[in-house]
Unconditional design. Structure first.
Length: 188
């Protein structure tokens, strides 16, 4: 006599195993979409171009917002918009967490950045002491001078406006002040 509960048990076991594999399979699907990011952001976390930011080890909440803003057109960059649109809204947090889990690349420095420029202390309220980031602001210590000055100037002119606090702060600074700040932060 064959126990008719056996096929039901096997069916339930298959459904349970699929449920367990679901999140892992979804994460692998997101990770496979992100492999192309290394073409610009670097396979080792070091961007191939000084105008491209380091995203390895960056804060999750910041990366989620930037990916969202690129997808929505709130942050202008045709390449990143196209990349971000390959992700679904549900992919954004796992994508950000993928990069957050990586180690911020070590930077070879030859000299200390010198004294902090006047007026920069207020920046640490959001970017934290050492500019290592924290809610709500990203890590900026160690980003390239070229990337930093472009972002600061874009905020100052309103070209980049996906953070109105930064637009206000950067527009109150002179070009020389932004330059000094970008040099300092890049040297950290």
């Amino acid at each position: 006599m064959v126990d008719d509960r056996f096929p039901k048990f096997i069916g339930a076991l298959v459904v349970f195993a699929a449920a367990l594999a679901g999140p892992a399979a979804a994460q692998n699907a997101v990770e496979s979409k992100l492999q192309v990011c290394g073409a610009c952001h670097g396979q080792d976390g070091q961007p191939i171009n000084v105008n491209t930011p380091i995203i390895w080890g960056q804060l999750t909440n910041f990366l989620v917002k930037q990916l969202h803003d690129y997808r929505a057109g709130d942050r202008d960059n045709p390449i990143m918009k196209g990349m971000a649109q390959t992700l679904t809204q549900e992919d954004l947090r796992p994508a950000a967490m993928y990069f957050t889990a990586k180690t911020w690349p070590a930077k070879k420095t030859t000299a200390a950045p010198g004294p902090m420029p006047d007026g920069m202390q207020v920046c640490q309220a959001c970017h934290q002491p050492g500019f290592v980031g924290g809610a709500p602001a990203p890590r900026i210590a160690g980003q390239s001078y070229e990337y930093l000055i472009k972002q600061m100037n874009d905020f100052a002119t309103g070209k980049r406006n996906n953070n109105m606090d930064m637009v206000k702060i950067m527009s109150m600074l002179t070009a020389d002040q932004r330059d000094a700040m970008a040099h300092y932060i890049a040297g950290l």
